[in-house]
Design a protein around this ligand. Structure first.
Ligand code: FEO
Ligand code: CA
Ligand code: CA
Ligand code: CA
Length: 760
């Protein structure tokens, strides 16, 4: 999500070593330097060694690829940059919309009219801001499987209501000043907001599950009224789950007026990246939830020192200012009068009661997790998997399952200077748990070890365990941890304590099915953090973007990757390099466009990242604001290669006002054969979320927030539209979908007109 992520404050003020400190100790291994010389990239036909061991037969997800993808197998013709208000795909491909914001799940709701007039609360409609998604096939017994392909559901994250002005007849109503409108966080003025508007905005968030129409193997849309159709919203009651030994402590931190015992919580929020499990459930990742809470002007601010320190570290409101000028969070969701269910009051995190169990001061503790959902059982209760840590969760991807060995889940925390984490299950994988639903989730995700990554200058790395037994945590002077439950709920602070490495906004991760290596997008950074002298081996560039939409620091981002020692999920060390640098093709090819990108594959701000199980293609999606004068956001196909296949590169960083410095790092060389642009989206949209059919012939992609830069309104909805996709009548490559008018986020499906596999 461009708008909010880019504007997030830097919360991490700990003294942990930056990569520049790591780099200052130098690239220590001379043999590595000799080996990794610029120009020694992978040839098109290089075959990579496969990981030993074998994946199980039906784990509902990741399997070992029989052979790695070669560059010669990327056969489509790349698409050119585009600023059209449509979806552009290669010649020979077709894109169609599966569903868009506001579509009904059930025929009892009115068809979406696209004028903001729907009177219902949207808990039975597709949410807004389509983001991460997962497709699940079901067998004849309704269990998730990979061996039957006649029936499937699609689960889609709905991240935000940042474009909520499109869903009310006259835009968002501020409250106190009649007729005054606002369109972004922070502009609301303390007035009481209309309950229906707030209900709609709340229910724009969460997850939608719909059953797909599959006719003769082709996916043609979704089914109205299917029994598995479901919305999980911020109001859905969910279980609070964690390790048995620490559950009482966790529940104390979850105690609110809604559930003073903290055994349940309500819903999910800011569902950004997604994940799945080998047993066939979805993990939806809660990212920018910290902004949603308020303390009304003059309210009693809680005095609990640790609670407030944690709010500061997570960016949750710590003051109760009056008026929009002093307000930095929220949309005033607490202001309408409740009807007995406290669905509005919960967003007020002041100390309104005698204790935490009498108010909602702990409500922010109930967000920031991976929420597990069983897509095969619409009546199942989702669960917050607290043992996987609390932060700005951005995707969750698992290691290649091996029978008898634990699983690892890799997770990013998307804010500047935040960390990369992994959770290692206590239980060892058994293929008999495939299709096991929430019970299997309890087995694997409640007990395990949580780690955070530290990157060393010599190309190795360490996983540091976040355990209350670690002296660095038990004796941390900045926060007096009392038990392991606090480590789970204040994860970022525990990671500070053990000395994790600060990264540039870790976005999605992905695991290469050919060799088990783990990739993470580091989407971009600004010159506050990256200027000559504050760069490092893993974040090596500091430069000025000279034209069009200008930026400085690392405005175009890059992708890092690592391989576990021994290819083990349980490894506590790894080796790493850099896979790819984003750049405009006409930037300085020596110091900025290090990956030698051309007009056919130039990209900026890699965000979504996903490996095809059918083809081995690494799909890269962008959420960009730096290259948008020349092209809308895009989807690219890459041939992954392996850690260490790049070159040693030295660049000179220079920015006005700073003394030029040099950086030396490994990796980042890709030719056109290994990276091609596959799709460009409509104006103002981020490309995010990927899923595919089992045969690789249908690729699903999400178009999030087309027209997000549409101008704010007057007192009537006279939008100055940046985009009106998908109802805008374009016929170039994507069929018009739904009523004309306001832009809508949507899931599209891409197929080849000759019926072949996508991308190969
Ligand atoms: Fe929701 Fe970090 O993107
Ligand atoms: Ca994202
Ligand atoms: Ca340019
Ligand atoms: Ca630019």
């Amino acid at each position: 999500m461009t708008t909010h992520s880019d504007s997030m404050p830097i919360e991490n003020t700990s003294n942990n070593e930056h990569f520049q400190d790591v780099l200052a100790r130098g690239l220590a291994d001379p043999s590595r330097r000799a080996l990794l010389r610029r120009g020694v990239g992978l040839s098109a036909a290089t075959v990579l060694p496969a990981v030993s061991g074998c994946a199980s037969s039906d784990e509902g997800g990741l399997k070992m690829l029989a052979e790695p993808l070669s560059a010669a197998q990327l056969k489509f013709t790349p698409v050119t940059k585009s600023v059209l208000d449509t979806v552009v795909v290669p010649t020979g491909y077709t894109a169609r919309v599966i569903h868009a914001t506001g579509d009904r799940l059930f025929s009892t709701e009115t068809a979406y009219g696209n004028a903001g007039l729907e009177a219902d609360d949207w808990s039975r409609r597709i949410g807004d801001h389509h983001d991460g998604m997962e497709m699940f096939y079901l067998d004849a017994n309704g269990k998730v499987t990979t061996t039957a392909t006649a029936r499937a559901v699609l689960a889609v994250n709905h991240e935000s209501s940042a474009d909520a002005h499109f869903f009310h007849p006259n835009g968002q109503t501020s409250g106190a000043k009649t007729g005054q409108k606002f369109s972004q966080f922070g502009a609301w003025d303390d007035g009481v907001r209309p309950a229906l508007e707030v209900d709609k905005e709340i229910n724009h968030h969460g997850v939608s599950v719909v059953e797909l129409n599959i006719t003769n193997g082709a996916i043609t849309g979704y089914k109205l009224d299917a029994p598995l159709n479901r919305r999980v919203t911020p109001n859905t009651v969910v279980d609070v789950r964690g390790p048995a030994a620490h559950l009482d402590g966790i529940r104390q931190l979850f105690a609110t007026k809604f559930d003073p015992k903290g055994t349940t919580a309500r819903g999910t929020l800011n569902n950004c990246g997604s994940g799945r499990t080998p047993w066939g459930t979805m993990l939806t990742c809660e990212e920018n939830w910290a902004f949603y809470f308020n303390m009304p002007a003059g309210a009693t601010v809680p005095t609990d020192t640790k609670l407030m320190a944690s709010r500061t570290r997570y960016g949750v409101a710590t003051t109760a200012p009056a008026g929009a000028a002093g307000r930095r969070t929220g949309q005033g969701w607490y202001t309408p009068a409740d009807t007995g269910d406290m669905r509005f009051e919960r967003w007020n995190i002041a100390a309104g009661g005698a204790a935490a169990a009498n108010d909602f001061r702990n409500e922010p503790h109930t967000f920031g997790y991976n929420l597990e959902i069983d897509p095969a059982d619409a009546t199942s209760r989702p669960a917050k998997r607290v043992a996987m840590g609390r932060f700005a969760h951005e995707a969750s991807v698992y290691s290649i399952p091996r029978a008898g060995q634990p699983l690892a889940f890799y997770m990013g925390c998307d804010s500047r200077n935040e960390y990369i984490y992994k959770f290692v299950t206590a239980a060892s994988w058994s293929a008999s748990d495939a299709g096991g639903g929430m019970a299997a989730g309890n087995k694997y995700l409640d007990e395990g070890k949580l780690y955070v990554a530290k990157f060393n200058a010599d190309g190795t790395g360490q996983w540091l365990e976040l355990s209350y037994d670690a002296p660095a945590i038990r004796t941390y002077s900045a926060f007096a941890f009392a038990n392991q439950a606090e480590v789970y709920v204040h994860t970022r602070i525990a990671a500070d304590a053990v000395g994790a490495t600060k990264m540039d906004r870790p976005e999605w991760g992905a695991v290469n099915p050919a060799n088990g290596e783990v990739y993470f997008c580091l989407t971009n950074n600004n010159s506050t953090n990256r200027k000559p002298g504050t760069t490092d081996a893993a974040n090596p560039r500091a430069y000025a973007d000279p034209d069009g939409v200008k930026g400085s620091g690392n405005p175009n981002g890059h992708i890092i990757r690592f391989r576990e020692t021994g290819d083990l999920a349980t490894a506590t060390t790894f080796k790493w390099d850099i896979f790819l640098f984003g750049a405009e093709e006409d930037m300085d090819s020596t110091n900025v466009n290090v990956s030698n990108l051309s007009a056919n594959n130039a990209l900026s701000s890699p965000d979504g990242l996903w490996f095809s199980q059918a083809t081995g293609i690494l799909w890269i999606e962008t959420d960009d604001g730096a290259f948008t004068d020349e092209t809308n956001c895009m989807l690219l196909a890459a041939v992954p290669g392996a850690v260490g296949d790049g070159a040693k590169v030295t660049i000179t960083n220079s920015l006005s006002g700073s003394t030029a410095t040099q950086e030396t790092f490994v990796g980042g060389l890709l030719g056109e054969a290994r990276l091609k642009r596959f799709l460009v989206g409509p104006k103002g949209a981020e490309i995010t979320g990927v899923a595919e059919s089992a045969d690789g012939k249908a690729l699903f992609v999400n178009i999030q927030h087309p027209g997000e830069n549409t101008a704010a309104l007057g007192s009537n909805p006279t939008f100055s539209f940046e985009s009106q996709w998908p109802g805008n009548g374009t016929t170039s490559t994507a069929t018009t979908y739904g009523p004309a008018g306001r832009p809508r986020s949507a899931t599209i499906v891409i197929t080849r007109t000759d019926g072949g596999v996508v991308g190969r």
